[in-house]
Design a protein around this ligand. Structure first.
Ligand SMILES: [Fe+2]
Ligand SMILES: [Fe+2]
Length: 284
């Protein structure tokens, strides 16, 4: 599995933020751009903030996508484009604006576009934002150091665009997929257009002492900005989600925050935990 690393210098208790933005489907008429742009404006105000896109950034439904295409799927200004790749990239970058992006994941819409049109749209967005193409799944590690020669504390994120639908908001298939992977703090996916989080305990053995200790892991299902009901262009034809009978989605994106805390030697000995530990929070 691929690993990407982001080096970070921190001060104890300093808070860092990550917005895992998934399934924006920006070039679709059904993308709620008002909600998306207000989310971006709000999150950009946070200090130490990163965006990671968790796939389906582009809807990219053109005539080669016989499963989803009708002429009114893209926003009006792209509906008669003769150069969809370039025009959609321009449109998406203009909509997202000037933001700091740690990486772009591929989703099934980007991989369908690659298969049908020999074009990796994720590479194009990564190039435009001077960042990484994270692929469909992988690990993203924030290597947190107090100073350049200080030992690392890692915030370890496992990600996959998603391949799991179904009725549960945190899909069982997604949890099954995470099972062989060790040492992660956050596992995030998109694709099912739900917004959900769930926290579980993991029980570990300390290096010394006679008590196990617990740490938290967080599943994060990253939501969407695709909402058939926001289609202000009032197209006549029913879209793919409507035809398939997908339930109405609540648009939104979780916010992950973390800081590195330090505790006394006595407290660390008592709990078996390290003296330095991660305080991770997820809000939706
Ligand atoms: Fe999606
Ligand atoms: Fe998807």
């Amino acid at each position: 599995m691929r690993i990407f690393r982001e080096p970070v210098i921190y001060k104890p208790n300093e808070i860092f933020y990550l917005t895992p933005l998934s399934d924006a489907h920006v070039d679709a008429a059904s993308c709620d751009k008002v909600a998306l742009q207000s989310l971006i404006a709000e999150r950009k105000k946070l200090k130490n903030h990163y965006f990671i896109f968790v796939g389906d950034v582009g809807n990219l439904v053109v005539s080669t996508d016989t499963k989803r295409f009708t002429p009114s799927v893209p926003v009006n200004q792209l509906a008669s484009s003769d150069n969809y790749t370039k025009d959609a990239a321009d449109y998406i970058c203009k909509t997202l604006g000037d933001i700091k992006v740690a990486g772009f994941c591929m989703g099934n819409h980007e991989s369908a576009y690659l298969a049908h049109n020999n074009t990796c749209f994720t590479d194009i967005l990564a190039y435009r934002y001077n960042t990484r193409n994270l692929g469909y799944s992988g690990r993203f590690v924030f290597d947190m150091r107090k100073s350049n020669n200080h030992s690392k504390t890692q915030l370890n994120i496992l990600y996959h665009h998603g391949a799991w639908a179904g009725k549960t908001k945190v899909p069982h298939g997604f949890k099954d997929w995470t099972r062989p992977h060790e040492d992660w703090d956050i596992a995030m996916c998109g694709h099912n257009h739900h917004l959900a989080t769930e926290t579980e305990a993991r029980v570990s053995t300390p290096r010394s002492g006679n008590r196990t200790y617990k740490r938290k892991v967080h599943y994060v299902v990253c939501g969407t900005y695709q909402d058939e009901d926001c289609d202000t262009e009032c197209r006549a034809m029913p879209g793919y989600a409507e035809r398939k009978g997908y339930p109405a989605a609540i648009v939104g994106t979780p916010l992950i925050s973390w800081s590195i805390k330090e505790t006394s030697q006595t407290q660390a000995k008592r709990t078996g935990q390290a003296q330095r530990y991660k305080d991770i929070r997820v809000t939706i």
